[in-house]
Design a protein around this ligand. Sequence first.
Ligand code: NI
Ligand code: MN
Length: 224
Amino acid sequence: MVKVKFLGHAAFLIEGSKRILIDPFLTGNPAAATKPEELDADLILVTHAHGDHIGDAAAIARRTGAKIVAMYDIANYLVESEQGITTIGMNYGPTEVDGVKIVQVPAWHSSSDGKYSIGSACGYIIELDGVRIYHAGDTYVFRDMELFAELYGPIDVALLPIGGHFTMGVKEAAKAVEFLKPKKVVPMHYNTWPPIAADPEEFMRLVGDKAEVVILEPGETLEL
Ligand code: NI
Ligand code: MN
């Protein structure tokens, strides 16, 4: 069984034969379900360098020995700015890390320390214990999302931002569901702060019967 635990905002812990943290922004996250000190992981995937995604990645990696997977430039930035961490820099395309198949895929978004660009934004398709999970990162919708299931097989669960302002809103995310054809969708990146207020029930209505929308509160887990 693979467990997908929503930690708030865009942070997830995926637990199966490996523990994979994605975008562990907890310190300063008003929606955080846990403290970074309480998390353990084998891998930490970072979608881009914005603070609400890179978050506590380095601190958790330093304490637990988890490897950080990130775009090459972001991995180099972390190695230069942080001590005692191990990174795996990659770029859009497939790889395998410790038995976990990972595809880094494009995301339509910026990536910076808030001012200066660092690498590019991405999403991840992760295959763990036969379960395929897509974390979109921060992105606008794009038709090439159709390629993901075509190339890598059906997506069991898609984690999609719906908050608007910085990413897709509910309308764009519902269109993304058409392209991705996932079995389940978990909305994320909304209601953390007022600019990204969104109604997940409205998203559910727009998706209709195209996928099962699972609304997780921070701290809740979806079992696959
Ligand atoms: Ni961002
Ligand atoms: Mn963000």
